[in-house]
Design a protein around this ligand. Structure first.
Ligand code: NAG
Ligand code: NAG
Ligand code: NAG
Ligand code: NAG
Ligand code: NAG
Ligand code: NAG
Ligand code: NAG
Ligand code: NAG
Ligand code: NAG
Ligand code: NAG
Length: 881
């Protein structure tokens, strides 16, 4: 949760960074000298290497915001047919690069130049510029010509041209529309709850562009603070350190989903969740005692709203210290018993852990961490102390050689003792409630009043003192850069870089300043936490939910989009932000349902539960001091929750199959319409509807007072999930996107099935386990040529190493349903029910004599075979007439 949760009374305006076009954040450094090719361009194993030197005849064009670096090297690696790597680095290799390790990114080792690449690399010699051309359609997808190129120790600038009104997606983490409009995205991990368009927790310098129906992607692999301008027919990167390490993803198909596949080929595939993780989660910050948590679990059951996982926020801790229990309100014994009870009922249990450790010499985790010397250091080598919930705290330095062992022990002992199924790692931007090194030397200073509870003048005085203390600590030895106040000031919503986080002058192992590594902190914690959980239990898939993320975090952890507000605006933006996370390879993600800060309303919470039930990670979460928002509190909310969660639970096999695809390939579980239908530009900005995979379309109400939705339908046939009626039949060569006004009374969310798909389902029950123990059904939704296909993935739903699995392809063609594929999952799974939806479906009968006894029930637009009783352990066919 977020430090300013008490200050939410402030009026929210969403107009934070409206710049004039002359603002330096927008402006190009037109006086820059630029570079020229200087020396022999060499062939390398994977491509070529180009030496550059500064064009030195423009003396005023150097040292714009730092020290100009005169000699550069451009390494162009044709890594795969679809991936080009262009790395522009300083010849001396002094600039910080994202480490080639799990704490940065694990890069594939490329030793051969890809043949038949789907791109061309072209460059000009003086001034140096380059272009990336997609071969399949000759589109110039990146072009730095006639724009400044700056390479200084604390300022890098490079631009590419964009067509008019370009479809740009990605860049974050930021709360903003999915399709990027003219704006600046600042990337600097930050704990903040109430800014649209400003930098928040995660760092993803990655975008995808869809042009003329074809997509490509671009990653700038850099962990420094930066502004990315998407305005005036250009993208301009303004980065305060490191190197320009670009990757281009150019799939031959041009499909946006294939861009995601190529991107995650590099950064790592999203994690595979267990079955239970796909159920409904409930959490709140501010339950006063474990009684409250138990009551909530009971009332969910009474209201028959499926609850899979109960969470406990920092409330359980003694003085908000990790791994401790409030002996009065959340006694350890009862916390353990709660887990046992949940497990007995087939439910699950997750609690929060923060990275910061109370600086208290009688507190075990601090004592052990100090012995192992794992804390981030001040520039002078002493332990760095900041301030989080328990008062003054130290911060584990994940890069320290003892850090994994330290965390494994703390996490392992805790999880063993408490019996939780997963950990929720918060505050890992890392957040600190002061400026820089406010706690220097303050060990055993006791719990401090939270900053926001102090009178304004005391806060101001403290801030001034902290600023002085920070300056007094100085730079790390040998450091020549201005780490506290770089001359190019990124548009950080928090102000100066060390504001409310660890000082940028603080040191990580190997004397790496926090300035260089800040955006990697949460990512590193997620990796080490995941491994600690695997060490504790090597059988089950670990559950980690992380607030701060970086390129590649999706393989370690899921993500919730942080501290939103109980406002319609935030409900609406949740779709865009979850779609962003899908693109970033963090497919297990969701927003706090019903809103975190501020008081929700019955109507808002009802609509939010309806769409939240379909978030890839689905959890209701509330803040302390806000009015209650358990979904059973209002009848309409309860009803809407049951309705939507029934669909979610019915779709569990479909979701699970999508997660397996995501884990294997990198595609999104949620997808924007444009990713599935890139040739239709009129859906390019639609972030108010989403597709679950390719086949389920959600059209939620996201506005107060509305009971209809104007929904866009891509060409094809779309059937209503609930009634099986044909909502849209829009086929043929000239079919266009159609807009339909759908009825959506308060307890209803419109859900549609794409004609041409086969969807595996289960019968929804109270828990995920009970649901999974029912038999399978198939929904066959016919397209205009009466065909359909689909996929079902089955494994045991929890093992980290999957031994046996089934991967079944279903096709329906000319009245015949066939199942083929792999049938390795040993446990007997049965298909019990088949529903065929489409024109003429109700006239179908069963053809095969061996299946004649199957009963058919019909309605206007569908037929259901109710007890087919087929083993899903081998291929089969059923013929309908
Ligand atoms: C850019 O961001 C501001 C909010 O900071 C927003 O008001 C504006 O609409 C955005 N620009 C565009 C063109 O969307
Ligand atoms: C790791 O911890 C041990 C104590 O367990 C300590 O002796 C050693 O110096 C630590 N290693 C480093 C690199 O600090
Ligand atoms: C240190 O932690 C202990 C319990 O672990 C607590 O009783 C004590 O009050 C704390 N000391 C300070 C100064 O906060
Ligand atoms: C940033 O730091 C500078 C230098 O100490 C100071 O003058 C300025 O007020 C700070 N900005 C903010 C927003 O705190
Ligand atoms: C929000 O709800 C709480 C608890 O019910 C109440 O005390 C508070 O006054 C409400 N705030 C607003 C702004 O209505
Ligand atoms: C809510 O539903 C319950 C049970 O169905 C019923 O007893 C109660 O009157 C309803 N309340 C409202 C406000 O409709
Ligand atoms: C996997 O399948 C084989 C063959 O059916 C079986 O012997 C083995 O026990 C199965 N393993 C698991 C983990 O289910
Ligand atoms: C299901 O199939 C059996 C024969 O396999 C048949 O006797 C029965 O009537 C069918 N219907 C139901 C609802 O069980
Ligand atoms: C289906 O599987 C069950 C359990 O393994 C088995 O008893 C039954 O004979 C199988 N039925 C067919 C038709 O193969
Ligand atoms: C900090 C912030 O604004 N976080 C989130 C809250 O609101 C939306 C959706 O509800 C999230 O997606 C934001 O990122």
């Amino acid at each position: 949760m977020k430090i300013s949760h008490i200050v939410v009374a402030i009026a929210l305006t969403f107009s934070a960074n409206v710049f004039s076009q002359t603002d330096k954040h927008y402006a190009l450094s037109t006086s820059a000298s630029g570079y020229k090719v200087d020396g022999k361009v060499k062939s390398t194993d994977a491509g070529l290497q180009i030496p550059l030197s500064l064009i030195s005849d423009k003396k005023d064009g150097i040292n714009l915001y730092g020290n100009t670096i005169e000699n550069l090297v451009v390494d162009v690696d044709y890594e795969t047919e679809e991936r080009l790597h262009i790395k522009i680095s300083d010849k001396e290799k002094k600039q910080y690069t994202v480490p080639d390790s799990p704490l940065g990114i694990e890069r594939p080792n490329v030793v051969h130049r890809a043949e038949k690449a789907n791109y061309d690399f072209q460059y000009t010699a003086k001034p140096f510029s380059f272009r990336v051309v997609r071969k399949s359609d000759k589109a110039v997808i990146f072009d730095t010509s006639n724009m400044p190129f700056v390479f200084e120790d604390q300022y890098l600038e490079l631009s590419t041209k964009l067509p008019d009104d370009a479809n740009i997606y990605g860049l974050g983490e930021v709360t903003a529309p999915f399709r990027r409009t003219t704006n600046i995205t600042t990337i600097w991990a930050r704990d903040n709850a109430d800014d649209f368009y400003r930098n928040i927790y995660g760092s993803h310098p990655y975008y995808s562009e869809i042009r003329d129906g074809k997509a490509h992607g671009v990653l700038l692999m850099n962990s420094h603070g930066m502004d990315v301008v998407t305005a005036d027919n250009r993208i301009t990167y303004k980065v305060i350190g490191g190197i320009l390490d670009f990757y281009f993803f150019v799939p031959k198909s041009g499909s946006p989903n294939d861009v995601s596949i190529a991107y995650t080929d590099l950064i790592g595939k999203p994690l595979m969740p267990s079955h239970w993780m796909l159920g409904w989660h409930h959490c709140r910050y501010g339950y006063k005692s474990i009684n409250d948590v138990e009551t909530v679990i009971k009332k969910y059951k009474e209201a028959n709203i499926p609850l899979q996982t109960a969470w406990v926020d920092i409330d359980y801790m003694e003085e908000t210290k990790d791994f401790s229990f409030d002996g009065v309100n959340f006694p350890k014994k009862r916390m353990i018993a709660l887990g046992e009870q949940l497990h007995k009922e087939g439910q699950n249990y997750v609690v929060m852990v923060d990275p910061a450790i109370s600086a208290n010499t009688t507190y075990g985790p601090y004592v052990r961490g100090t012995e192992m010397d794992v804390w981030i250091k001040n520039p002078d080598g002493s332990d760095y102390v900041g301030m989080v919930w328990p008062g003054y705290t130290t911060f584990p330095d994940w890069w320290h050689p003892n850090a994994s062992a330290y965390w494994e022990k703390e996490i392992g002992d805790f999880v063993d003792m408490l019996g939780v199924d997963g950990l929720w790692i918060d505050m890992n931007e890392p957040a600190s409630f002061c400026l820089g090194s406010c706690g220097s030397g303050k060990v055993d200073a006791g719990k401090q009043p939270y900053r926001w509870l102090l009178p304004q003048e005391v806060q101001d005085a403290n801030h001034a003192a902290q600023e002085e203390a920070l300056k007094a600590l100085g730079n790390p030895p040998g450091e020549t850069r201005d780490l506290l106040y770089p001359k190019y000031v990124i548009n950080n919503g928090g102000g100066n870089l060390s504001e409310l986080t660890v000082a940028t002058t603080a040191l990580h192992y190997g004397n790496v300043p926090h300035y260089d590594i800040h955006n990697l902190y949460g990512h590193a914690e997620s990796y080490i936490t995941r491994n600690a959980l695997i060490k504790q239990n090597s059988k089950a898939r670990p559950f980690v939910l992380s607030r701060s993320t970086f390129v590649g975090t999706g393989k370690n952890a899921g993500h919730w989009t942080g501290d939103n507000h109980s406002l319609w605006e935030y409900l609406k933006s949740s779709l865009a932000n979850i779609l962003n996370m899908q693109m970033f390879g963090i497919t297990y993600s969701g927003a706090d349902v019903c809103g975190f800060n501020q008081n929700t309303t019955e109507e808002l919470c009802t609509r939010w539960m309806s769409i939240g039930a379909f978030y890839p990670f689905a959890r209701n979460h509330n803040a302390i001091g806000q009015s209650d928002q358990e979904p059973y509190l209002w009848n309409t909310t309860a009803e809407a929750s049951r309705n939507a969660l029934q669909v979610r639970y019915a779709l569990l096999p479909y979701y699970y199959t999508l997660f397996e695809e995501s884990h294997r390939l990198g595609t999104g579980v949620w997808r924007p319409l444009i990713f599935e239908y890139p040739q239709y530009n009129e859906i390019a900005a639609n972030d108010l509807q989403v597709l679950v995979g390719s086949d389920i379309l959600l059209s939620p109400v996201l506005d107060k007072g509305r009971t209809t939705v104007d929904a866009q339908f891509p060409p094809g046939i779309w059937y209503d999930w609930f009634t099986h009626e044909t909502t849209v039949e829009n086929v043929g060569k000239h079919a266009e996107v159609e807009t339909v006004t759908l009825d959506a009374p308060i307890t209803h969310i419109p859900v549609h099935i794409r004609g041409g798909s086969i969807i595996p389902t289960k019968q929804p029950k109270y828990t995920v386990g009970e649901t999974y123990s029912t038999e399978y059904s198939l929904i066959i939704a016919l397209d205009d040529s009466d065909t359909a296909k689909g996929r079902l993935y089955i494994d045991d739903g929890e093992s980290l190493e999957v031994e046996n699995s089934s991967d079944i392809s279903f096709t329906y063609k000319k009245g015949k349903l066939s199942a083929s594929g792999e049938f390795g999952y040993a446990h007997p799974e049965k298909l019990q029910k088949i529903t065929i939806i489409g024109k003429g479906a109700s006239k179908l009968t069963i053809a095969h004599t061996e299946h004649k006894s199957i009963e058919l029930t019909k309605d206007d637009n569908s037929v259901t075979a109710d007890n087919v009783s087929i083993n899903l352990t081998e291929p089969f066919e059923i013929k309908f007439d």
